[in-house]
Design a binder for this molecule. Structure first.
Ligand SMILES: [Zn+2]
Length: 266
């Protein structure tokens, strides 16, 4: 009996260890859904129709997490690096743009155009389009999560250990989930609460390229690194300090996705 319990405990520990790095790899469920929900309210009527022709009754919000769900299927292991792009610190805008142009290995930035191409291609099958749409929604969300454009040496903040209200966590996970969950809103409530861009923001973001959005995310991540140190004990003050930036990135993600979809179905 004792042995069986030991084996069970060991298996459980292994399962938890195996689960952690996978878990810490994207806006959580809410973040992705908020981005999808915000995008939907900025779609042209043609884009709304186009999305429906691909996803049917699956909303952008509900399609947005598939990119994480499939991590449980080894057949999709090749997608692992499609969720982020590692960028070194200390670069200016041109430096980031050059790096994005040069990078050949698959990342969240250089794979998005492939999804767009599949969705535009009349030869694509409906299955191919569904997968491309679900991945597109997911990846545009990730691209606007600042810690998905962060440093390679700490795995996008995964290695920066902090506590969140006394619980062990890391900088990546705080931005994927903890800070969003802390607001205690459903994704529809959240989208409604933040979807009020100023006229200036809207016109700036509507004229932004995908590279500009990466750079915006990079600037946000620089700010986060500057203000969060290893072993920091984060709680109320951190929320107060960063909830504005968090909401802006979620809103930008939604507008960025709407831009892309409005362009595909123009
Ligand atoms: Zn992801």
């Amino acid at each position: 009996m004792m042995n069986r319990i030991k084996i069970l405990k060991a298996a459980l520990a292994l399962a938890v260890v195996a689960y952690l790095p996978l878990n810490a790899n994207a806006w959580g469920m809410l973040g992705h859904r908020i981005v999808g929900q915000v995008a939907e309210s900025h779609l042209s009527s043609r884009a709304l129709k186009g999305v429906k022709s691909v996803l049917g009754y699956e909303s952008l919000a509900m399609a947005s997490n598939w990119g994480d769900f499939i991590k449980s299927d080894p057949a999709y292991d090749y997608l692992y690096t499609w969720h982020f792009v590692n960028l070194p610190g200390g670069l200016d805008k041109q430096g980031i743009f050059d790096l994005l142009d040069q990078e050949q290995a698959p990342n969240v930035y250089n794979k998005i155009p492939e999804m767009i191409k599949i969705l535009k291609d009349k030869q694509s099958t409906s299955d191919q389009k569904v997968q491309a749409m679900r991945l597109l929604v997911h990846m545009v969300g990730d691209l606007n999560q600042p810690m998905h454009t962060a440093r390679k040496e700490d795995l996008g903040g995964n290695k920066v250990t902090v506590t969140w209200f006394g619980e062990k966590s890391n900088l990546h996970r705080v931005w994927d989930e903890a800070l969003i969950d802390y607001q205690q809103l459903s994704y529809t409530e959240y989208a409604r609460a933040i979807d009020h861009p100023s006229a200036d923001q809207l016109s700036a973001w509507k004229n932004s390229t995908l590279k500009d959005f990466v750079y915006g995310s990079y600037l946000a991540c620089n700010k986060i690194y500057a203000e969060t140190k290893p072993d920091d004990r984060l709680s109320y003050k951190y929320n107060f300090q960063f909830v504005g930036l968090l909401n802006e990135q979620l809103l930008k993600g939604g507008i960025c996705l709407a831009n892309i979809l409005n362009d595909i179905y123009k």
